[in-house]
Design a protein around this ligand. Structure first.
Ligand SMILES: NC(=O)c1ccc[n+]([C@@H]2O[C@H](COP(=O)([O-])OP(=O)(O)OC[C@H]3O[C@@H](n4cnc5c(N)ncnc54)[C@H](OP(=O)(O)O)[C@@H]3O)[C@@H](O)[C@H]2O)c1
Length: 191
């Protein structure tokens, strides 16, 4: 069955963005980029594929799930369909006017369960923290691009999810000269 994979950049202290939603402190350049631009190129935005002159490989993900606050920066930049090469699903509790390539859902848990029953590649949970907190019981795999920086404050990896410990098995760790460590974990239920 296809898996829900939360693939995300995170600080040492577990933040995915600074308090105002920015992530300039994360490293773009460095030897970890070979993974970002290679193995995970499906998770690059469409405009990045164009800028790099590469085609999305279509081997890792075919669907992306985002919370409304994660789509908003793209909309503010005039990009209405940031991952046009993927099936895009956006969670919101409000009616929203979105690009015809985006599916809105007010029930992301039911949506994920339905997507998992379909055939296809894995489903990328892009973020943000609030949506990831809601979907935590559905996450099969975590891929954390741990950057060598402490934020002190910001948007937590799982938002304000309640204290409910869930066990994961560490399945792979890759350390890079850049200082980025890519950590992978499988949910115990699917390990
Ligand atoms: N480091 C990274 O790799 C990475 C990746 C992705 C995002 N980010 C950053 O994370 C930040 C956004 O994170 P966030 O936690 O503030 O917000 P978010 O999870 O992206 O979006 C929150 C919004 O999503 C909707 N939502 C969430 N849970 C829902 C549910 N159970 N049912 C229906 N709708 C639901 C709601 O939208 P409505 O308010 O419309 O109802 C909610 O206000 C941004 O700054 C983004 O840049 C970082």
């Amino acid at each position: 069955m296809r898996k829900l994979v939360y693939y995300v950049a995170v600080s040492i202290d577990g933040y995915i963005a600074d308090p105002s939603g920015g992530f300039d402190a994360f490293l773009v350049d460095g030897d970890h980029a070979q993974v970002v631009f290679g193995e995970y190129a499906d998770a690059l935005p469409t405009h990045a594929h164009r800028a790099l002159g590469i085609a999305p490989p279509g081997t890792r993900f075919d669907t992306v799930l985002m919370g409304w606050n994660t789509l908003t920066p793209a909309l503010n930049a005039g990009i209405s369909s940031p991952y046009a090469h993927l099936r895009q699903v956006v969670a919101s509790r409000s009616p929203r006017d979105v690009d015809s390539n985006i599916t809105l859902t007010d029930n992301p848990v039911a949506m994920v369960r339905s997507l998992k029953r379909e055939d296809g590649l894995d489903i990328w949970l892009c973020g943000g923290g609030s949506l990831a907190g809601t979907l935590l019981p559905e996450i099969d795999h975590l891929v954390l691009k741990r950057n060598p920086v402490v934020f002190g404050s910001g948007i937590p990896l799982f938002g304000r999810a309640p204290y409910e410990p869930r066990s994961f098995t560490a399945t792979r760790t890759r350390s890079f000269e850049s200082g980025v460590v890519i950590e992978e974990y499988a949910s115990r239920g699917t390990a």
